[in-house]
Design a protein around this ligand. Sequence first.
Ligand SMILES: C[S@@+](CC[C@H](N)C(=O)[O-])C[C@H]1O[C@@H](n2cnc3c(N)ncnc32)[C@H](O)[C@@H]1O
Length: 399
Amino acid sequence: MSEDDRLNLTPEWRRHPKSWGHSFHPMCSYMAMFPARIPHYFIQKFTRRGDVALDPFCGRGTTPLQACAEGRVGIGVDLNPLAWLLTAAKVDAPDKDDLLFRVEDLQTDMFYGDIENEPPEIRMLFHDYTLSQLSYLKGALDRNDPRDRFLLATLTGILHGATAKDGRSSHFLSISMPNTFSMSPNYIRTYVEEHELRKVKTDVFDTLRWKIERLYRHGRPEIRGYAHLAGAQHLGDIPNRHLKRKEVKLVVSSPPYLKVVRYGLYNWIRLWLLGEDPERLDQTLDQHPKLDDYLLFMHRVCQQLYRVMLPGGVCALVIGDVKTPRDTIALNLAEAVWKFLKRRKTRFELAGIIEDELAENTKVTKIWGADKRGRATLVDRVLVLAKGPVEVVREHVTW
Ligand SMILES: C[S@@+](CC[C@H](N)C(=O)[O-])C[C@H]1O[C@@H](n2cnc3c(N)ncnc32)[C@H](O)[C@@H]1O
């Protein structure tokens, strides 16, 4: 029996709906996020309570949150400040009552600030009343405080989205627009004029309370985890005792691939709230458009991962196929990464590559037009690597 057969790696996660998972997951949508059912599959199969699970490209924090919710120690690393904020808020969440008291205090202390200084592309999105509340919160929230961090992260999720059909009730703060990503200011300007969109006076504090109630449906995760704003290729420099002691039992991650998503540009509204520069962010993030550079990057990251893992640890990397405009068939990038690692004499062993066909309408990159650039594909693969012989645990925990 091969290792592949013994581990029985199959996309068993499909028996859960895509929205399955802890109620904190939908705090804010994140481009190229994976569903919580994928980390859950690996967490229950290969770890026990108290084990450490890492995602070095954590995005909205899907792996670390799901790990903490299932009694494991979740660690998330990402170079994007939005990703850090979302992950930190979820894995170190405040008590709900404390959070609601903080909302009340902030509302009591609220002063209607001067919104004239906000950029015109932001002013066209929000009613003046809503924007003055947002501007006040932007200045008042301290992201070193877990309660404020949670509020700021929650705000990023409700900042923009579609208005309900009746035009009145909305749980988003902006004019009607997509929630997943920010369209360009020029596009929005024309769209608003053509469709005569109205800015709706929405109360930020009431909307925050509504969202907090929904997020806390499953309570707080039982274990506190960690979030680090850092590069995946520099794990050795991160001040985290579990990483220093090389205690990672499981990695579940989806690395960026071949510059498919521009996290800065497509999040310019959320980044305004965080006081971050979208262009600078896109320059900081490692997205290698050339295959050779990408493979070298992945090799460096995998070396770092091997170093921080326990013997018997498993590393699952979700890597979709990609198609460049010149190609007729898509490149199996997961296999290309594995072949490159092998040529470079990686000490990881291949446990298997799981294929996961995606339904056409579920691919985020399709919605925002990556298809036009010929890069969206309908197959994700999970490259599963092992650090020596692996034990299948199957310790299922629900919260
Ligand atoms: C495909 S997304 C991960 C999405 C995540 N699985 C989720 O469910 O939200 C890839 C992430 O890699 C991050 N990233 C890009 N270059 C990085 C680097 N050198 N180190 C750490 N993170 C990086 C991006 O900011 C992005 O959040």
